[in-house]
Write a protein that binds this ligand. Structure first.
Ligand code: 13P
Ligand code: SF4
Length: 302
């Protein structure tokens, strides 16, 4: 089907199913364009609490759809394709947390929302890149177990002065790992008037050279402070920013910074998911109940 027809069918099915489409800032442009709500992972989690619909089609990766389901157990949450997964979230296993807890029994477990429901069930609180510093600094402990992103752990340790134990030690995002100091130097040379906005999933040496270190939602909020930026995160963020602020210049730091999981979702998948009500996310209640506490604590604290 052509895009125009697909969009018309999606609109018709949305009405029939009383559905809403929520999408992350890294989605393909044509998916961003049909979303009812677009945001970073914190904004999407917040929005999921108050969705006025029976069905949520989640155009993002699996842990985001799981979070929406945990916060809305009575609603149907659909992930348009099972291939939409986060490689970093998949690096963290419950055993990593249990092993760290043996070594640091008094340290709270802080998990990035980029993690499975099974691991969130072992967390005291979840965080996103938008609120990690704030939440860790509020915790009544100088040592925290933190997973799965070691680079966000570095950022949090630096900003809070606390001891942050990364679990697993090697947790990272392969998309953000691509950015190097050479990319920073090239950007400064090519765009001497631009400032650099850097996601905290980037490597420490890239963070050190940033003008601002922010979540994707933070990039949107800070963009009006300057008229030219080089963007160090997944490349579709430039589409999102340029659409919001047509008079500001945004350059991707690398064209090949692409998240395969995010890009797995097409308009056709969204159409098929509404047509066939697939793939419905299910989280066993004993896991959901514990994970919900950690997510709700985050929402209260941020
Ligand atoms: P944000 O919370 O900044 O949207 O980041 C989510 C993510 O997966 C970054 O790679
Ligand atoms: Fe996961 Fe990285 Fe993709 Fe974000 S960009 S969803 S952290 S793999």
């Amino acid at each position: 089907m052509e895009n125009e027809k697909l969009i018309a069918e999606i609109e018709r099915l949305k009405e029939e199913r009383n559905a809403i489409i929520m999408a992350h800032n890294y989605q393909l442009p044509e998916v961003q364009d049909i979303a009812d709500f677009l945001g970073d992972s914190l904004e999407l989690a917040r929005k999921a609490v108050n969705v006025d619909a029976d069905v949520i089609v989640f155009a993002g990766v699996d842990f985001m759809a799981e979070t929406a389901k945990i916060l809305n157990p009575e609603k149907t949450v659909l992930l348009p394709t099972r291939r939409a997964t986060c490689a970093m979230a998949n690096m963290l296993r419950p055993e990593h947390i249990l092993e760290a807890k043996k070594r640091y029994p008094d340290a709270p477990v802080v998990l990035y929302v980029n993690s499975s429901a099974e691991t969130k069930a072992l967390a005291d609180v979840t965080v996103t890149s938008a609120n990690a510093v704030k939440i860790v600094s509020k915790l009544d402990s100088d040592v925290v177990i933190f997973g799965p992103d070691k680079n966000l752990a570095y950022h949090v340790a630096k900003q809070t002065g606390k001891k942050v134990i990364p679990v697993p030690e090697y947790g990272h995002c392969y998309v953000h790992k691509k950015f190097t100091v050479e990319d920073v130097e090239r950007a400064r040379k090519l765009y001497p008037n631009a400032k650099l906005m850097v996601h905290p999933e980037c490597e420490p040496e890239v963070q050190e050279k940033a003008d601002i270190i922010v979540s994707t939602g933070g990039m949107i909020r800070h963009a009006p402070e300057h008229d030219e930026w080089v963007v160090f995160t997944e490349r579709e963020m430039v589409y999102r920013l340029s659409r919001l602020y047509p008079s500001i210049k945004f350059h991707p730091a690398r064209e090949d910074a692409t998240c395969i999981g995010m890009k797995a979702i097409t308009l056709n998948h969204i159409y098929e998911s509404l047509r066939d009500m697939k793939h419905a996310i299910e989280v066993p209640e004993e896991i959901a109940e514990k994970a919900r506490k950690a997510i709700e604590r985050m929402l209260e604290m941020s």
